[in-house]
Ligand binder design. Structure first.
Ligand code: SF4
Length: 500
């Protein structure tokens, strides 16, 4: 069995992503896998394209042709490297898995682009991971001490070494053995010569869904990936569930980690997932509108227009407008072609990528009292620029409503957050935040309001129904690497998720 690995470099290496100011939380990865598919690599490329919003820095696809694993990896977008027939023809076989990413733990660079691959005693092993292992540095230190040699700086490689050193006879048992040592968040797609394994961490923090297209079984981070390949959504992979699919079509489901109450990431509802996906049993679009309705009840505003901050604020703004009876209008127009940094004709144009991305609909907002609806405030710099833009366009009052509670804590589960000291809500109470963004008023949805909007009566304080740690600081797992770094007991450098 051999592994062929080709690396490509897309034309535009410096995508400024969706948020050129780094003022949004960014989901770090999306995964897709297909087995028993006629054109597994083509389906994977298409599925990854639908998940592009989850990671725009690099992409990789690995296929298995019954004998060999073949990998192709590149920096840039899916379409840059996997849209041609030639690229797909390089990835033959009925099983393939792929990954789009920003960098979390491990940093950028082709050697960290997934799926990662290793030749184990049992044969080839390819793994694509969405999430973040919060004890990866501690595990890595232990493994290196026992002689493991790492090829990348990715936390995912820890799983490969744990599988390689496990003493159980089958790959599935070795994977279970490995994952028992891992803490944090993971949605995994694994390929072996026997078939595909999909697995979600015991709390189901990161999403993973299962689909079907004829005889082929698919797995993806979001249901929207099934829509684009013409597959049907079957169900979510449950928290702590491991699903094995063989080349004979047999499907086995295991729950090897006991039955803990699921705590999926509530921010998937707020921002990460595409609105045309479903998550935790709900339409993301409908959940966002419900968040807007709750926000209108909790924080009404006497204004002429409800204006979304595009695009992520749109569904919540629709809900806010419907509940309040205030007209919804597009007072900000977003350019969909923000890309490279341009030579600017004047100093005044240079400073703001926000101005390239958003422009005021001047004729609409001039003389009007408006309320802006956005999904979140992270550093606050974009919010400030947008409020200023509305005032420059002649708005007589600019109020701000946020469709999530204040983001006051960093995420350690696979979402790129600035270090805590850079989060506006970690530094300030609401009134100083209002002054900082120069709005006439500022309000956030409450944590219970957010829970109500996504289908719960209220937040269960003893055992919350979601991970909401970036709002509450209530992390659902231990954070070993962070604790060791803060205590200075493990000589482990703290890996700032933003710098990683
Ligand atoms: Fe999601 Fe926030 Fe939890 Fe991270 S900390 S998994 S962004 S809810």
């Amino acid at each position: 069995m051999a592994n062929t690995d080709t690396e490509g470099v897309a034309g535009n290496l410096t995508h400024p992503f969706l948020d050129p100011d780094g003022d949004k939380l960014r989901e770090e990865c999306g995964v897709f896998g297909a087995i028993n598919a006629e054109k597994a690599a083509a389906a994977t490329a298409l599925g990854l394209h639908a998940l592009q919003h989850r990671g725009q820095e690099a992409v990789g696809i690995t296929s298995f042709d019954g004998k060999d694993f073949i990998s192709r990896r590149a920096l840039g977008h899916v379409a840059d490297s996997f849209s041609s027939q030639e690229a797909i023809d390089e990835l033959p076989g009925s099983m393939a898995a792929g990954h789009v990413r920003y960098s979390t733990t491990g940093g950028a660079g082709l050697r960290n682009v997934q799926p990662l691959y290793a030749e184990l005693a049992s044969g080839g092993f390819a793994i694509a991971h969405n999430g973040n292992i919060s004890n990866s540095l501690a595990l890595r230190k232990d493994l290196v001490g026992k002689g493991s040699i790492f090829q990348s700086t990715s936390d995912t490689e820890v799983i490969i070494h744990l599988v390689a050193t496990s003493r159980y006879p089958t790959v599935a048992d070795r994977l279970i053995d490995a994952l028992r040592l891992v803490e944090g968040a993971y949605a995994l797609i694994v390929m072996t010569p026997e078939g595909m394994i999909a697995c979600r961490d015991p709390l189901g923090i990161r999403p993973l869904v299962m689909g079907k297209l004829g005889d082929s079984i698919l797995f993806a981070s979001e249901s929207v990936a099934f829509d684009v390949v013409g597959a049907e959504f079957v169900r979510e992979v449950e928290a702590g569930e491991m699903i094995q699919v063989g080349f004979d079509g047999e499907i086995k489901s295991l729950h090897p980690f006991g039955n803990q109450k699921a705590r999926p990431c509530i921010f998937e509802h707020v921002y990460f997932s595409r609105p045309d996906s479903s998550f935790a049993g709900h339409s993301v679009y409908e959940a966002r509108k419900a968040i807007g309705r709750e926000l209108a009840i909790e924080a009404p505003c006497d204004v002429d227009l409800v204006v979304p901050v595009p695009d992520s604020g749109v569904p919540a703004a629709i809900g806010y407008a419907q509940e309040s009876g205030v007209p919804f209008e597009l007072g900000i127009i977003r350019s969909h072609y923000v890309g490279r940094t341009f030579i600017q004709p004047s100093d005044s144009a240079r400073h703001s990528s926000v101005k390239r991305k958003h422009n005021a609909n001047r004729g609409l907002v001039a003389g009007k009292r408006i309320v802006l609806i956005d999904d979140s405030i992270v550093r606050g710099t974009t919010s400030l620029k947008i409020v200023e833009m509305m005032r420059e366009a002649g708005a007589s009052e600019v109020h701000f409503r946020v469709a999530s509670p204040p983001t006051a804590h960093s995420c350690f589960y696979g979402v790129d957050t600035p270090e805590r000291s850079k989060l506006l809500a970690a530094r300030m109470e609401i009134e100083p935040m209002r002054e900082f963004i120069k709005a006439d008023s500022l309000a956030f949805i409450s944590i219970d309001g957010l829970y109500r909007a996504v289908g719960s009566k209220s937040r269960d304080k003893a055992c919350p129904q979601f991970c909401d740690a970036c709002f509450t600081g209530d992390y659902p797992t231990s954070l070993t690497d962070l604790a060791m770094s803060e205590e200075g007991t493990g000589e482990l450098p703290f890996v700032d998720p933003k710098a990683a």
